[in-house]
Write a protein that binds this ligand. Structure first.
Ligand code: G3P
Ligand code: CA
Length: 264
């Protein structure tokens, strides 16, 4: 990419968690309306095996429920309010589902019926607690929607992300063509020289790691990998990742990032 045309992809982290309740369909759709290229979605399993878009292991922060997501059934979670905890609720009566639990199935249905072209970063949570079940059910669902073997014309382009190399290995085994991002809070052995585990095509370090290890992104890029950095919410952090010419910016504040890119 030349200096003139450089523009990273902008992803709404948890649907753009700053302005609206995270991981609600209303937040996701608002972020896309604002011009985000894609969405970042955490998935975990309910007790009865449904993939739900919830970040925390517990319900307490982002709903009026209590206890572990993995101990609840989908029906139990559907009875909860996932929006009222947030200061931005109800920000806009026209936005659908600002309080309803979002499942991955509901999200894919909404995106596919919207006629939009969307990039979707799906982060699998807790590969150890759930065994191989999260990845197995994820691949099965993506296959059902025809998204497990990505084609350029697919309206929803899925990439799977994880902090766990084990999860990336499972995804590669079941759906080798699905792009994979290796998330990092620290630099594991070998990765500092640009090597990523299990054929991951991209690295996903946190912005604090980029600041602490300025040589990391150049090494990863020199090894031929892409870079997606999270969670870029502050002007200084955005300046840093743009100076590194990252491929993807993952942010709670997509409008802020898009406005800055417009000014460039
Ligand atoms: O995009 C990666 C980032 O979401 C990882 O952190 O805790 O927000 O899932 P977390
Ligand atoms: Ca995440």
């Amino acid at each position: 990419m030349s200096a003139d045309t450089y523009r990273p992809l902008v992803f709404a982290h948890r649907g753009g968690a700053d302005a609206l309740p995270e991981h609600t369909l209303g937040a996701y759709l608002r972020a896309l309306d604002e011009g985000a290229d894609g969405l970042e979605c955490d998935v975990r399993l309910t007790r009865d095996g449904h993939l739900v878009c919830v970040h925390d292991g517990r319900l307490d922060r982002t709903s009026n429920g209590h206890g572990r997501v993995s101990n609840k059934t989908l029906a139990e979670l559907d009875a909860l309010n996932f929006g009222s905890w947030h200061p931005g609720y109800p920000a806009d009566e026209e936005l659908p589902d600002l309080s309803r639990l979002l499942t991955l199935e509901r999200l894919l249905d909404a995106l596919l019926s919207s006629g939009r072209r969307v990039r979707l970063l799906i982060e699998t949570k807790h590969p150890s607690r759930y065994g191989a079940e999260v990845e197995r059910r994820l691949v099965r669902m993506l296959r059902h929607y025809g998204l497990a073997e990505p084609k350029p014309e697919d309206p929803v382009q899925v990439t799977v992300m994880s902090f766990a190399a084990l999860a990336l290995r499972r995804i590669r085994a079941q759906a080798p063509a699905l792009p994979r991002v290796y998330l990092m809070e620290f630099v594991p052995p070998g990765v500092g020289r640009g090597r990523l585990p299990f054929g991951a095509g991209a690295a996903g370090p946190g912005v604090d790691l980029i600041r602490a290890r300025p040589g990391l992104l150049p090494a990863i890029r020199a090894a031929g990998h892409q870079t997606y950095v999270w969670t870029v919410n502050q002007p200084a952090d955005l300046d840093l990742v743009l100076a590194h010419r990252v491929d993807g910016v993952i942010t709670d504040r997509p409008r802020f990032v898009l406005d800055r890119l417009e000014e460039m």
